[in-house]
Design a protein around this ligand. Structure first.
Ligand code: ADP
Length: 455
């Protein structure tokens, strides 16, 4: 796609005065882009080979706190360096920032140059390699929902976040007039991403005031996760340039719908045939697809911490707001955690609806893929389809209700330990527990409002 660049393209663009800056970025544990900005001349001279960063980047929280309890790094270990190795196949223009290109990196050990096991991108690459060894190419799309607010990030910081003003006053689901008003941001986003070599399909108004969704064409899983983190960064940067703000919180207000990141998945043979399709079977679902879904259902509760990584994420799971509460499967049914789409066609696929817009796409895809592969390797039988309103099926498998519950399930997951390794599972269990510890420690506005006078 136009927008992707080779090093020779970058050199030509630099010589022509079009590009002077290269963002060298790695996706962190939270799915954010972290890294450095290079002068293009230095990047072309040597930076394209590798650069370095402090290894606490896979051991901090949102606030860049040095969290205790990680085996990978600590004050005792001196917080040394990782190597950031640019993956030059991701080098691209960033049309929404002046004179800028971007490259994503893999994180390597400073001494051995092996990929760091706890790196989200490395975790996903390993699961994709497992699928490929079985003869399948995993494909995915991660939908992304978010809210747009009238206030800039700076105004919110100064004035607090108590008075957020969504850009629209009413539910704008599929609403073409309201979203016309949002076009300064959304058109710039669609065109910016397209110009960066990201195949945008569409954007649409979502089911709340000020809520939008953007869809990118499905692709190989690592590429899709790359698209996802770049799309989040782009949305924030373009909103900032327009004096607005956006949020990917799973639930920014308990009175409003949450924001999701549904993950559409399918397996294809290595020569490009849709391995989930069997035209003669029910819904066109092949035996392979049934096993894949059986694995995801069996392990759904264990992988939830990687689809819903924060305390806040669990506030999205509520009845009647299009976010699921039950890990069951159903054909074209938006109450189910796993929805079968594209039945009977080569687009037949499973959409996991559990993840919020706050998920890390590398970890979410890796966990879903690992669970699906466990189903294939174990030749698991798919349970009967749940039909109707799954919110009201009392005996259906529950999505964990809190991060506390899902952290315990993650820690105890033999499937994830076999797929990811103990070091990775222990690391991300620690990350989840730290979120709980911080949440338990901090006094919130809710408590002050409820107790200060009346208590
Ligand atoms: P929805 O019914 O959820 O709105 P869409 O038609 O918008 O579904 O498609 C959602 C996403 O599914 C898109 O990003 C699309 O590229 C992706 N998709 C389509 N076919 C496949 C497939 N075979 N495997 C994975 N994702 C797919």
């Amino acid at each position: 796609m136009a927008g992707l660049m080779t090093l020779a393209d970058l050199r030509a663009a630099f010589d022509a005065g079009e590009i002077d800056t290269v963002m060298v970025a790695a996706p962190d544990m939270q799915g954010r882009m972290v890294g450095k900005r290079f002068h293009a001349a230095h990047f072309l001279d040597s930076g394209y080979q590798e650069t370095h960063c402090c290894n606490y980047l896979f051991a901090t929280d949102m606030e860049m706190v040095t969290v205790a309890g990680y085996a990978s790094t600590s004050w005792a270990k001196g917080y040394g360096d990782y190597v950031m190795k640019p993956d030059l196949s991701t080098l691209r223009r960033v049309p929404w920032l002046p004179g800028t290109a971007l490259v994503l990196c893999d994180m390597l050990d400073h001494h051995t140059h092996q990929e760091i096991a706890i790196s989200p991108r490395a975790i996903l690459k390993r699961q994709v390699a497992r699928a490929q060894a079985l003869g399948y190419q995993p494909m995915a799309a991660t939908e992304l929902e978010f809210y747009i607010f009238e206030q800039s990030y700076d105004a919110l910081r100064d004035g607090g976040t108590d008075h957020l003003t969504p850009v629209s006053a009413y539910n704008e689901d599929y609403h073409l007039f309201q979203t016309t008003k949002e076009e300064p941001l959304m058109r710039a986003l669609r065109n910016g991403l397209y110009g960066a070599g990201i195949p945008v399909e569409n954007s649409k108004g979502e089911a709340e005031a000020g809520q939008e969704e953007i869809n990118i064409r499905y692709d190989a899983m690592v590429t899709t996760a790359d698209f996802h983190v770049i799309t989040k960064q782009a949305t924030k940067e373009i909103a900032h340039a327009l004096g607005k703000s956006v949020t990917f919180m799973a639930k920014y207000d308990h009175r409003r719908a949450g924001s999701s990141s549904h993950v559409h998945q399918s397996l294809w043979t290595l020569d490009g045939a849709p391995a989930f399709l069997d035209k003669d079977a029910e819904y066109g679902m092949s035996a392979l697809m049934r096993q894949y879904m059986a694995g995801q259902l069996a392990h759904a509760r264990e992988i939830t911490a990687l689809l819903a990584p924060y305390v806040n994420s669990y506030k999205r799971f509520c009845v009647g707001m299009f976010a699921p509460t039950k890990a069951v499967w159903s054909l074209d049914n938006r109450t189910a955690g796993f929805r079968v789409c594209g039945d009977g066609t080569k687009a037949v696929r499973v959409e996991c609806r559990i993840g919020g817009a706050d998920l890390n796409p590398y970890l979410a895809c890796a966990a879903l893929l690992a669970a699906g592969l466990a189903g294939i390797e174990g030749k698991m039988d798919l349970e009967p389809e749940m039909q109707g309103d799954s919110y009201r099926k009392a005996d259906a498998r529950e999505i964990p209700k809190t991060l506390r519950e899902s952290a315990d399930l993650l820690q105890g997951s033999a499937m994830l330990r076999a797929a990811f390794g103990d070091d990775v599972v222990d690391h991300y269990t620690r990350a989840a527990r730290w979120e709980i510890e911080e949440h338990d420690r901090v006094v919130t506005d809710f408590e002050r409002q409820r107790l200060l006078e009346r208590g």
